[in-house]
Design a protein around this ligand. Structure first.
Ligand code: ASP
Length: 336
């Protein structure tokens, strides 16, 4: 019988009603009792990593999750990690970079309603996650939620309340789970090398959402305080003319030592900065990276991971930004 480690981090799935509203209160050890079908399919052991609302998740928690999986990697056939939905997409992306070449499934799930309610999506999501983790060919980091399997770097929480909260952006669903049956749409390739765990993350990464007329005075403190900067622009990506001189000066002075990425506020189809002059001019110095079809969650966590890799210089990091990891980017620009 396969062995699965169920990791708890809190979230709605393990929450109970308290004086001030919902808050995590159920120990992860109590969760298997809510999905009795699972205990006849595999052996389940549980481990609590933390017990928090995922609003409060930090890179430090991702490090704890990675350590827990690494320490138990050889002893289990797969991992199911329960997590709040609010930052689930960030955690799935972060774990995709921090655990690479995994030949075992690492499945993240959660729910919109606590598991101890009569009407809840929690029991189905948890059972589906186990069924996917136990299914032949499942490997790497993914989310199972609302009957869908989503690659760890492609998820977005698109609905705040409905059970079908998560979508896959710019990438197909690898599989669905229907009435307890895994229907796989494509096979996950076996990793070429051994599993690799990364522990260092740089937290000096931030996102600036551009809004019409934004003051250029915002930019210098951003460059002073951050090593990774994501500019969330409009449409296929471009820099407003009123920000251009300040941006160009900062990139000239500091761009070499930073990872600066242009992304788009439009959730689907991604950027293409070759189309408009406002895009081409912004990229003309060669240092500015572009998100293309990546999700914002993936861009942010990839920068944190790349900047945390100490054995690389900035040019290597810029090149690796465009290398596909767990399906995060399809479009790769031609090498210069
Ligand atoms: N605030 C909760 C959390 O992210 C929401 C949820 O789990 O659905 O922990």
């Amino acid at each position: 019988m396969k062995k699965i480690l169920l990791l708890g981090t809190g979230g709605t799935i393990a929450s109970v009603q308290g004086e001030n509203g919902l808050a995590p209160g159920l120990d992860v050890a109590a969760l298997p009792d809510f999905v009795p079908a699972v205990t006849s399919l595999c052996r389940v052991e549980t481990l609590s990593v933390c017990s928090i609302d995922s609003t409060s998740i930090t890179p430090g928690h991702w490090q704890l999750m990675v350590r827990a999986i690494e320490e138990h990697y050889e002893d289990f056939d797969g991992f199911v990690l329960c997590h709040g939905t609010d930052t689930l997409a960030y955690t799935a992306a972060a774990l995709s970079y921090m655990i690479q070449n995994a030949d075992k499934p690492i499945v993240l799930t959660g729910s919109q309603k606590p598991i101890n309610l009569d009407v809840t999506d929690a029991r189905t999501n948890l059972e589906d996650s186990f069924r996917y983790a136990l299914s032949e060919g499942s490997r790497g980091v993914s989310i199972v939620f609302g009957g869908k399997v989503i690659a760890g770097t492609r998820a977005r929480k698109e609905r705040a309340k409905s059970f079908n909260a998560f979508s896959s952006l710019n990438f197909p669903y690898p599989a669905v789970v229907q009435d307890g049956r895994v229907v796989r749409y494509f096979e996950e390739a076996r990793p070429a090398g051994r599993v690799r765990f990364f522990h260092e993350l740089c937290e000096r990464v931030c996102v600036l959402k551009l809004t019409p007329g934004l003051s250029p005075h915002i930019l210098p403190p951003l460059f002073a305080g951050c090593d990774g900067i994501v500019l969330e622009s409009f449409g296929v990506g471009g820099l407003p003319d009123y920000l251009f001189p300040t941006f160009q000066k900062l990139m000239h002075e500091q761009g070499q030592d930073k990872l600066v990425v242009m992304a788009t506020q439009v959730p689907r189809e991604g950027s293409d900065m070759t189309i408009y002059e406002v895009g081409r001019l912004a990229k003309s110095d060669g240092q500015l990276l572009e998100a293309y079809d990546m999700t914002l969650e993936a861009v942010i966590t990839k920068l944190m991971w790349l900047l945390g890799c100490r054995d690389m210089d900035m040019d290597e990091r810029r090149a690796l930004f465009y290398q596909t990891i767990n399906h995060d980017i399809l479009f790769c620009p031609p090498r210069p």
